[in-house]
Design a protein around this ligand. Sequence first.
Ligand SMILES: *Cc1c(COP(=O)(O)O)cnc(C)c1O
Length: 449
Amino acid sequence: MNLNDEWMRRDLASVWHPCTQMKDHETLPMVPIRRGKGAWLEDFEGKHYLDIVSSWWVNVFGHANPRINARIKSQLDELEHVILSGFTHQPVIELSERLERLAPAGLGHCFYADNGSSAIEVALKMSYHYWQNVGRPEKRRFLTITNGYHGETLGALSVGDVAIFTETYRSLLLDVIKVPAPDGFGLPRDQWIGQARVRFAEMEVALERHAHELSAVIVEPLIQCAGGMRMYPPEYLAWLREACDRHGVHLIFDEIAVGFGRTGTLFACEQAGITPDFLCLSKALTGGYLPLSVVLTTDAVYGAFYDDYETLRAFLHSHSYTGNPLACAAALATLDIFEQDDVIANNRGKAALMGELAAPLRAHPQVGDVRQTGMVVAIEMVRHKASLTPYDYRERRGLRVFRHAMSRGVMLRPLGNVIYWMPPYVVTPEELQLVAEVTQEGIDLATRG
Ligand SMILES: *Cc1c(COP(=O)(O)O)cnc(C)c1O
């Protein structure tokens, strides 16, 4: 028995994997990873895989990055963890100062949690609690756009709209108002804004009708990632900011997946030139090393909780590992790399190359849409190109692409019929070339018959 098989056998006896039908592994090999270096992962038989999905969108500067490793190691010898209520530490202070400097103006207060879903819970609870603290308890509902994803805990699921994740739990979820997403699926880029404008009219109507009972609007800015990398233009976000201000409703940006350079700017909200009331960050925050999330918010929100103890206005939310020093150290090292290597500027060339490499796929008879925003390219396979009719999910076409890509040493992991490239920023032009070839082959194979 080879080593991969041996680890897989032991794994299946005791590990229950996330987001997985475990029975699939009767026929689908599990891939035990022994180590990683840069954009590559290596299994126990010495086979290498290019991590083109950034290990679920978290990794930006490669595996075993020497600079991040060194920072974590030196922090480890100082302080691994301490309670963050009544106590503090250097990495969390420095990280908060830096995030405040980097985020759009006005977001001066950082509240930490240890994963993306928890950051969403924090933002929802803070917004809701804010309205109680200012004497408007009737403002208790949330509004979002369809096809969004904000995580798996019940509050985060409630404001999400990807059916495979939410439907089973429907009766447990909050009653959230949803309006149609503004994405430009199937349209050339120059028509995205027109589509967004049409959709925004529906957002306006919903805001008008519900403002009196609304706490906040929550969206994933520019790219709805788990919803199949659907994309929309920044103008929608600017209109949304103006409308939320006019109607007295908070605006929550979930930049958990798109923050830290994915969309071409450090934060997606920069492209709209606006500041949300809550900015949720996680995933690439620590370079993909350690679990950490943060919600940045305004003086106005912070101030509504700041009062004498007896008023019971404090935000009493906490998690055991809130603001963990090792995770904060990884985040500081990650921000150093962004700064020292001028990453956002250097990514422009890579993003342009990704666009060039993906362009020929537009002509494929079973490809309905090829879209890009910054360092994310998505290619959507369809049954009928003209009508954009999707393949039935039961055909598992994406899985066929996955199998082929893995055989070629590329870890492409489609979302249903959507193949996407979301590489760590250390990816090279040659590696992108390989990904493009393997994608073309994979689509040819997966759409045959
Ligand atoms: C991944 C993700 C989350 C949830 O983060 P977890 O750390 O997996 O809980 C929330 N929102 C978006 C947009 C995400 O992509």
